[in-house]
Design a protein around this ligand. Sequence first.
Ligand SMILES: *Cc1c(COP(=O)(O)O)cnc(C)c1O
Length: 405
Amino acid sequence: MDYRTYLRYHPDANGYFGEYGGAVLPDNLKAAFAEITEAYQTICHSAQFINELRRIRRDFQGRPTPVYHCERLSRKVGGAQIYVKREDLNHTGAHKLNHCMGEGLLAKYMGKKKLIAETGAGQHGVALATAAAFFGLECEIHMGEVDIAKQAPNVTRMKILGAKVVPVTHGLKTLKEAVDSAFEAYARDYKDAIYCIGSVLGPHPFPLMVRDFQMVVGAEMRDQFREMTGLEPDAVCACVGGGSNSIGTFVPFLDSAVELYGVEPLGKGDKLGDHAASMKHGTPGVMHGFKSIMLKDENGEPAPVYSIASGLDYPSVGPEHAYLRDLGRVQYESVTDEEAVQAFFALSKYEGIIPALESAHAVAFAMRKAKEMKTGSILATLSGRGDKDVDYVVEHYGYGEQFEL
Ligand SMILES: *Cc1c(COP(=O)(O)O)cnc(C)c1O
């Protein structure tokens, strides 16, 4: 089946990918989400909307981002040839701007004045504040006080870009409380505002919209790789937090013979609380307004999660991933903190590219798999650049001399 045919039927009209997805919403938000769904279903077919998004991607974001052949790293690993898709070169240094610019353009077409979202580590907040500045919209980012203290540079960036950062002071003062706070603000203000989710998560239509906006990554990769080599890669991999850069990578390859691998963070190991490997250790359930695979504590509530890469520590995964796993089309593997840091140094020292710790998970898997494959090629999505991580890595691991590369 051509992947465009797959897109027509996934998700279904109610936002389900097989048994996963949907929209489990309080009554006061049902109308607001229905309005976004209807607007998106209309606008995504508009030539004007599509052309404007294309122009933004080219002139503002700097797309297409290149695919790069890591020849020295491949030689060092000794196996399949490793290639990376350089989303670290997308404006703001990561893939998140791909869906934030789409969400901002949708807000503009819907006549909204304000973008509302929560952020954990601040990456989504910065990308959304960038989109808001571009479109001349107000931006309100809800963030736990604990995260505000930890992520000072991103808070500064959001404020420079003109966003209002709302500190959330109740409960554990982290992402979960920030989500509740952002939802409440949106429920009060939905006539003038739009809620912007930061991954392929949440109630319908977000898993659909964010996937559509991120598909530019996989579509470019497939064309660029074919142009470079005349072939399809043998395998493709991407890191999975909520699952946006990975779903955007995978979907344009669904109708090919390419093996697809999602890479989850195994953190410090398999014990609950030490990792965020939802696919490896989770079970089906409903949280944050949708059904998927999730990590639960003994009371069935979202479990505490951990990863060295703060963009990957989410206790669930986008519903389309759960569906693609059940179909057997995508395989989910995991990489520990230690392996990710080793890959962080390997890509830095052999290729001159300092990756985000999130992206280093995909690189670590590509190195492991390349060795195993011996020949052929593996193409990894490098979701972002590592500037935000260098202080933390050096403080905990020095300059990486202890790693045998
Ligand atoms: C947020 C983030 C991720 C994880 O998000 P996904 O929705 O799983 O793509 C990965 N890499 C970087 C650089 C990020 O900022």
